[in-house]
Design a binder for this molecule. Sequence first.
Ligand SMILES: [Zn+2]
Length: 189
Amino acid sequence: MVTVGTGIGGIIIIDGVLLRGAHGAAGEIGHMNAIPDGLPCACGRNGCWEQYASGNALVRDARALAASRPGEAGLLLSLGDGTPEGVQGVHSAKACELGDLVAIEAFRGVGTWLGRGLADLAAILDPTAFVIGGGVSEAGDFLLTSARQTLSDKMSGKRQRPTPELPLAKLGNNAGLIGAADLARTNSQ
Ligand SMILES: [Zn+2]
């Protein structure tokens, strides 16, 4: 599972069992390197995947697009305070639904970055599916269409295996809470 929220989180389930790692820290996929010497990340490194395929990246890109093409971004800008800096993630999602081309482009860009990282993960894990959750995933196909296309284009071994499915998570923002409770329940038995 890949959670696309402020950053990117991940969990890896193999044969129904959560992969914890030697120290309980497995699945920190958001800090895979996407661009050598790229944008600084809170983890202390540069160019981490979550700097390009997350809610933070979406807001940054939407603001930059709105600043460079204000004439096309009137709808997006009007949902905030009228300035590019006033654009928030919720405005981008709403503007997408209303057909704002700049907002749709911002989501498409984040989806493309998402697909690139998923292609790398597919090379390592060969999964059946990547379940996509987190706040940004609520935009649905505005995010997932470009992610699916990029994953399909970039993944290795395409002749030997199908492209993993990208279903949306069903539990929304409560998924982490419910998962933690379930883990405690199953581990206490
Ligand atoms: Zn990082």
